[in-house]
Design a protein around this ligand. Structure first.
Ligand code: PDD
Length: 303
């Protein structure tokens, strides 16, 4: 892990090339996965995905992710077989790949068909699920905090769908990398700074924990959802609104969340120091509560 980007460099016991992959109803070795060049994921980015964190051999908040996956599929009108039991798929991948700590990706496209923009009449969705190694943020990286830049949000109007169309996110993340920042925060004209390219954004401003409200302009992050529940339990005042750039830069604390990084404090944004320039007390309380939730949960899948 380096805090200028969320790098994958992990400790999965099974070497990546030898992974077992779920591919269209079967578990197969990685070298047997063949996807057509006419797949609409390749041709149009016509598909959706999910990223699930594995902690101690269990898929964290699995069912929240599967519900979001169902919403994304519904959003694009992609219909997959009702026989696929993703709970079983995910558990099998964890076991077969000894992936007790890492990430599981589920990628689903509308399938392969001769190229034409409109939906094909009878394409069969392509369904792939696989494990990836992931190293958690270390306490030292957390204490150091990370930096972010703010750039215009050039994404489409349905960011609530976790679609494969990630080009605007990819370009924005590259700008962050060029600025040696961990994340690019996306500012939509007339709305405010909404979220990162692959993370949700929180700030502590005017005594409140502030994050953009659920809307088609953000992805409703599962980590965001859990952080809001924890903040509620800790009786922290919450305000769901998008901050302007000016308000964000003046906030006392800021942090980003996603499945991999959990809670990552932002200590500079656009070269402005946030608060004291160190992870703030509210950020620390929430990160602590989040880790406690994971370590004490009796059933991580159902969190
Ligand atoms: N991204 N916002 C965006 C645009 C995201 O892509 C993500 C996650 C989040 C946070 O969602 P969650 O808390 O459910 O991980 C918010 C994943 C990690 C990715 O694209 O790899």
């Amino acid at each position: 892990m380096n805090i200028t980007g969320f790098t994958y460099c992990g400790f999965i016991q099974v070497p990546l090339m030898d992974r077992t992959i779920y591919f269209n109803g079967k578990f197969v070795p990685e070298n047997q996965v063949r996807i057509s060049f006419e797949d609409r994921g390749f041709q149009f980015g016509d598909g959706v995905y999910e990223v699930i964190k594995v902690e101690n051999g269990r898929a964290f908040a699995l069912y929240r992710h599967l519900r979001r996956l169902a919403r994304s599929l519904h959003g694009l009108d992609i219909r997959i077989s009702e026989d696929i039991d993703f709970g079983t798929v995910v558990r099998h991948l964890i076991q077969a790949n000894s992936a007790s700590d890492g990430l599981i990706y589920i990628q689903i496209t509308r399938g392969a068909a001769p190229r034409a923009h409109g939906f094909p009449k009878d394409s069969k969705p392509t369904v792939v699920a696989y494990s990836m190694p992931w190293n958690d943020i270390t306490p030292k990286e957390f204490d150091a905090g990370a930096s972010a830049i703010i750039i215009p949000d050039e994404r489409w109007g349905r960011c609530d769908i976790k679609s494969l169309n990630l080009l605007a996110n990819v370009l924005a993340k590259q700008k962050a990398a060029q600025a040696e920042a961990a994340e690019a925060l996306l500012e939509r004209v007339g709305v405010g700074v909404l979220e990162g390219t692959s993370s949700n954004l929180f700030a502590v401003s005017g005594g409140n924990l502030v994050t953009a409200p659920s809307s088609p302009y953000i992805l409703g992050g599962i980590t965001r959802e859990i952080i809001l529940e924890l903040a509620d339990q800790l009786q922290l005042p919450i305000e769901e609104k998008a901050l302007s750039k000016k308000q964000l830069l003046r906030s006392d604390e800021a942090f980003i969340t996603n499945r991999g990084i959990a809670v990552l404090p932002l200590v500079t944004i656009d070269d402005n120091i946030i608060g004291s320039g160190k992870p703030g007390p509210i950020t620390r309380r929430l990160a602590f509560a989040y880790n406690e939730l994971i370590s004490k949960a009796t059933d991580l899948e159902w969190l």
